[in-house]
Design a protein around this ligand. Sequence first.
Ligand SMILES: [Zn+2]
Length: 102
Amino acid sequence: MGRRSLTERESTHQTEDVFRSANERIAGKARELRWRFPVPFLCECSDTHCFARIELVLEEYEGMRSHRRQYVIASGHELVGAFLIERDEQVAFVEKLHEQKG
Ligand SMILES: [Zn+2]
């Protein structure tokens, strides 16, 4: 398996979902390595140019991820169509009100 670039065809894909799949790979790796330190995840906000890092221990990430509509973003960033659930100085957990269509 080599590196594969993102196809333009997947333009219906929301930015946050691209970051989300990247984060799932990071989480998978951390799980594999039984990493107990904070893991550097990517901010899942709506800004395509955002490369902010969010440090979460794997358990926190997985707890959030078990809710399909929840995303994790850097505190102060924004995810369109989502409301804030919880936030501290660095991290904010948000939840989308509706599933995105198209
Ligand atoms: Zn961001």
